[in-house]
Design a protein around this ligand. Sequence first.
Ligand code: SAH
Length: 439
Amino acid sequence: MKSENSKSPASWEKPQPCRQFRECGGCQLLDRTYGESLEYKQRILKKQLGSFGKINPILGMDNPWCYRNKSHSTFAYDPRKGVRSGLYAEHSHRLVPVDRCLLQDERADAIVGTVKSLMKSFKMTAYDEKTGRGFLRHVLIKVGFRTGEIMVVLVVTSHIFPGKNNYVKALRQKHPEITTIVQNINAEETTMVLGEREIVLYGRGYIRDTLCEMDFQISPKSFYQINPVQTEALYNKAMDMAGLTGKEIVLDAYSGIGTIGLIASRRAAAVIGVELNGDAVKNAQQNARLNRVGNITFHKGDAGRFMTAMARDGQKLDMVFLDPPRSGSNRGFIQSVGRLRPGKVVYISCGPESLARDLVWFREEGYEVREIQPVDMFPWTEHIETCVLLEFTPPAKSAPSGTPTRGNAGKPDGRSAGKAPRERSHSAPHPKRTRRKSS
Ligand code: SAH
């Protein structure tokens, strides 16, 4: 499956030709070998996190292709070119025609090809942004890598789907691997892909997948990590770092659909999850029931506020996982961790810049970085995922009295906690950017 980046870079995959490489912009590193792309990421991390300690070699993929379990194709009508399907170029609203994306599951691309080819015989029109007319807007495909289940979501402008039974039959005939088909209705003039309303045309309306021996239910709207192979590598590493013994009370902050907390629940006394998005919280609760996990509770709310309330109430906490969006956590959250003083914190980050800022704040609360492990979650793209172990380190013996000191004083290694690798700031580096993996 995955391996450490210990092989000679020259022996790593040469980039495969992608006709849309320059136009699409999704894979910024496709002009290098895979080994070179990993070295590049390692260098960036060294610059951003080097002052916190040694950085382990990034965990790469043995096969860095077709790793995405989710594909999204946009359909559009162009009066001159007819029906087009593809991806929006990075940071733009320009449609790049794509038949085959090297990061996506091949089955997904084949299904999109069939959807396109069936349009003529079913007199199905593609959406025209200019006039607001037309039927098919997007095709979303999610694949359960472990279970083999496949969901096709047809995002269309109307609940009236002429000839839908025959359409479903034709699509399934060409692709018996499809386990469910959902019609999603989005008639709004919006950049959001999915609308509110859904009609299940075939199957259960969701798929299941397995991650670290836990089952997860994935519906059209629910968030799920897009690279399951590397997600397992990342979560296994996070669990190793946490070193749970079965007695701990654990917080899973920014818990999403509950993956980390649920995986930890088997090795902890109790897990508390906190997440801002109400739908994700519902998914997490559903996933807890699906796996018959009884020692976990999920709360809807802001992680910072939740943590502040926990600190105010003096609740017991032994360990914290946090997996915030790219903009990172915030000072209030980290100060409250400092007040409750759990022995270990495992921080999973997809934004090295915000991670560096937050690690300085953790240092100020008496936490030392013990290990930094990058994982190549999004091969060929510039995105970097990192898992960091922090431990509360009692102040050095030279502290004035027996009372533990907080803040900058009495750091065990005598280092000044105020030495930030970058200017400290309360605002996130990219406050408006959402994390790519949740898209
Ligand atoms: N660990 C999760 C996903 C983390 S993605 C999983 O693997 O499923 C980051 C999550 O943080 C998103 O689900 C997002 O909704 C949530 N989030 C963003 N801001 C938040 C905040 N202020 N408080 C709590 N959760 C927040």
